[in-house]
Design a binder for this molecule. Structure first.
Ligand SMILES: N[C@@H](CCC(=O)N[C@@H](CS)C(=O)NCC(=O)O)C(=O)O
Length: 223
């Protein structure tokens, strides 16, 4: 039987919250492994579905392609409402849900385009690259702190039920400084992401797609 969904993605990447969502939804999916940051061969795998040559990209059972991590997550949650992975339209939490689902890609995720390859904006000068890398790390930490100050989590960011927002924050917060600065600057959400890390429904999934290797929270942390 043909799997319903195809996700273009890679280990530890922005496809991971999407894959985690499909896992919680019990939906069949296949992953086209395309670590785009490794170069042109990998980018070519995704170019036909996403001209930005970025992952994640989702192809739905109906054959529609959806790019942009937040759009994919919201779409999946909205299209499987029984799972309760997003507050529905009319739910009083909907506004804050959309607010933070938009804030993460606009203010944080997008900075990794520069941070992962500072030469993209800083040019070839190593000192300029180091400055850009440090400045993006500071900005990311400031954005997490600002978000943390504005949310009032229960067990999860929007209250007592897990939503795709929690999966998104749990993954994006692991990039860059491997949560070292995130834990310092976003103490309320720190408790939430640890809860998401420990969710037994996702234990096998995390092990396969974004493992918690020994010392992962500090090893190689570069700010
Ligand atoms: N706005 C996009 C950003 C996606 C993105 O930056 N993906 C990374 C991997 S996590 C990527 O493919 N980077 C390669 C590149 O931008 O060249 C989204 O939210 O899905």
């Amino acid at each position: 039987m043909k799997p319903a969904y195809t996700i273009y993605g890679a280990l530890g990447s922005g496809s991971v919250p999407v894959e985690a969502t499909l896992t919680l939804l019990g939906q069949a999916y296949t992953v086209v492994e395309a670590p785009t940051w490794e170069g042109e061969t990998e980018q070519a795998k995704v170019a036909s579905v996403n001209p930005m040559k970025q992952i994640p990209a989702l192809v739905t059972p109906q054959g529609e392609t959806i790019t942009e991590s937040a759009a994919i997550l919201i779409w999946l949650a909205d299209n499987h409402p029984a799972a309760g992975l997003a507050p529905a339209i009319g739910d009083p939490r909907r506004g804050q849900f959309l607010r933070w689902m938009t804030f993460i890609p606009a203010s944080i995720y997008s900075l990794f385009w520069v941070r992962d390859e500072p030469a993209r904006l800083a040019g070839p000068d190593p000192e300029a690259q180091a400055r850009v890398k440090a400045a993006t790390a500071d900005r990311i930490a400031d954005c997490w702190a600002m978000m943390d100050a504005q949310v009032e989590p229960g067990a999860y960011i929007l209250g007592e039920t897990l939503t795709v927002l929690d999966l998104y924050v749990a993954v994006v917060s692991r990039w860059g400084s491997r949560r070292v600065r995130f834990y310092e600057r976003a103490p309320k959400m720190a408790d939430v992401v640890r809860r998401v890390d420990a969710d037994p429904r996702l234990a096998e999934f995390w092990e396969r797609r974004f493992p918690f290797v020994e010392d992962w929270e500090s090893k190689g942390a570069s700010g």
